[in-house]
Design a protein around this ligand. Structure first.
Ligand code: MG
Length: 160
C-alpha cells in the first residue's frame, strides 16, 4: 500500500479564519455552513503551511491526502485552492476526500471518521496534521499514532 499522510484544509492549507463561525449567535450549524460555503472561495493560501507540506512530500516521499469536512458541493473551488497554490494535482499527485453531501450536518470528526475508513482501504497513513483536536483524537482512536496539531496563529506543530 502507498505510504501517505493526511492533511486538513481549513485553517491549515488555507487561512479560513475570516469565514469560519461567522454566523450570528444562536444560528444552527446549518446556517454556519451556508455562510461558509458562500465565502469558501475567499479563504487565503497559508503559504508557510503549504511550504512545510511540500517539504514533507519531497523529503519523506509521502503521498498527501486532503481530508476535509467541506462538502463535495465546493469541490471545484477546493481543487483550485489546492492546485493554484502548489504543484500538486488532485487525483494524481494528491488525493481529496470531502463530506459527501451539503445536507450532511454531522460534526467534522464524524465525517472524517467515515472518510478515514475509505482512505485506509487504499493507503498506509504515517501521520495526520489538523487544527482541530477532536479530529486528531478520532484519528488516534482509529489507530494512527502520529497525530499533529497545527496552530495557525503561531504556526506551531505539536504531537498529541
Ligand atoms: Mg481545519
Amino acid at each position: 500500500m502507498k505510504k501517505a499522510f493526511i492533511i486538513d484544509i481549513d485553517n491549515c492549507w488555507l487561512d479560513s479564519r475570516l469565514w469560519i463561525s461567522k454566523a450570528p449567535l444562536g444560528s444552527t450549524s446549518e446556517d454556519e455552513w451556508m455562510i461558509f460555503y458562500r465565502k469558501v472561495y475567499f479563504c487565503k493560501p497559508n503559504k508557510e503551511f503549504i511550504e512545510d507540506i511540500l517539504k514533507i512530500v519531497e523529503e519523506k516521499q509521502l503521498f498527501p491526502i486532503f481530508v476535509t469536512a467541506r462538502s463535495g458541493s465546493v469541490a471545484t473551488q477546493t481543487i483550485l485552492q489546492i492546485q493554484q497554490n502548489s504543484p500538486l494535482i488532485v487525483g494524481n499527485t494528491c488525493a481529496l476526500y470531502m463530506r459527501p453531501s451539503r445536507n450532511d450536518y454531522r460534526s467534522s470528526e464524524e465525517v472524517k471518521r467515515d472518510l478515514l475508513m475509505d482512505v485506509l482501504k487504499e493507503y498506509e497513513i504515517e501521520c495526520v496534521i489538523d487544527d482541530t483536536v477532536a479530529n486528531l483524537l478520532m484519528f488516534k482512536e482509529h489507530g494512527i499514532s502520529n497525530v499533529i496539531h497545527y496552530d495557525i496563529q503561531t504556526h506551531d506543530y505539536n504531537r498529541i
